[in-house]
Design a protein around this ligand. Sequence first.
Ligand code: AMP
Length: 497
Amino acid sequence: MIVGIDLGTTNSLVAFINGEGKPEIVINERGSRLTPSVVYFKNDQEVLVGELARSQMVLKADRTVSCIKRHMGSDYQVFISQRGYTPVEISALILRKLVQYAREYLGQEIEAAVITVPAYFNDNQRQATFLAGELAGLKVLKLLNEPTAAALAYGIRSEKKENILVLDIGGGTFDITLMEGEKGIYRVIGTGGSTTLGGTDFDNRLAQYILTTFYEMTGVDLTADKVALQQVQVNAERVKVDLSTVNESSVLIPYITMGEAGPLHLNQVVSRAAFHKICTDLFVEIRSLILQTLAKAGVEERWVDVVVLAGGASRMPGFRDMVSEMFGHAEIKTDINPDEVVALGAAIEAGMLAGAVEHIEFYDVTSHTLGIEDNLGEFVPLIPANTSYPVVQSKLFTTVEDDQEEVIIHILQKDDLNTAGSEGLVSLGRFHLEGIHKAKAGEPNIDVTFAIDKNGILNVSALDLDTGTTNQVQITGAVYSGNKESLNRRGRGLTVL
Ligand code: AMP
């Protein structure tokens, strides 16, 4: 059996195609469809995942790990009893648990999976997700972009020509995708969003508000008290969820700390209006990210026929009101549970790969411009952002010095939206091509090829067309973090031919 997995920042889900050819969510041992993406290291032998781990977050904050997705592809490690764990290892523990749930629910072995990733995930982050799947003993057949999965979940119900906007706001990420769909063929024409904006930011705002109000009322600052902070954080999320259905919610945490005159209790009421007020700038940011994505794709609000909402945080009334106001003319799809829509789409993709459901063609696009650095330190693009993949693109380069026998290919990603670094350039890795035939500067023909596979993972190769010498690299987290060598361009630079 091949399953579809939504490996979320806050919650994860696993789904499959049932006997009627329909996608269905696996129900876990607690009768729930969502499994919190939380890991609790009870001791050296025992690791708990999901709801059991989440319930330890308050008292065992130093032994629980949450929101690990935010660190995927980086060299971040979380230390538990002095042992460091990588985001790949933590994610693999979550995946293993999901596979176990699927095996128990279906009574079948799970051999392979389609795992979803944010459209905005770069190569390092995709590679890390892929490795996590493999570490969990899964054959990862495809990394599917989450918004594409959401559109697939709706798409099988529609035959009309439609321009679709997918807004997927989960715990830690906000993904925006523009797609043109007709008769089952979907083409992604633009992506955008943020890898650092999600429901958790709204929780943090509320937590801050609750702490400030407590300080104003009692003069006691709780920010140094780890256990109290965790309690406030958990309550903040609950209040946010409550405020999606009611206008007012309250927080009561008895005996939160000791005051001068004895124990203090935290007792506050939070209104939806107050919540919206403290989150105004987050809504403004969401709106401007949507407008930026439309502008980048050269379309306006009117272009959108259908808005698909995904991700738990899309239930916030403030979010829905903003979407209705921006896209009043469009059909806003809310009939599939926004927590489940991505996993259901992943199951459809898994079903298509297994031949269990009718094939729907779709094309994803790159979210960043990819290229290399030339001898002057300038960025030379090879694959522009918004290019459909799989794709292969080549460009000819040459040497800059006479008798130069080596070049360094320094692979760069230009982040058009979330500018990292001065020009939004991120180093993805570098490799050498040695043994270039000796010639005058500008004579050798060095072909540099960028190939993006169906998972969005980049392979770069360089070939000296005169000698046939070749070298290549697949972009992995290891190349990214392990290669700290400074780029000495003397005798090793290259330029566009
Ligand atoms: P996901 O990553 O898609 O599982 O989304 C998780 C995020 O959605 C978390 O920040 C949750 O607090 C949030 N969420 C879930 N249900 C609701 C709700 N009813 N109202 C507001 N936020 C919600």
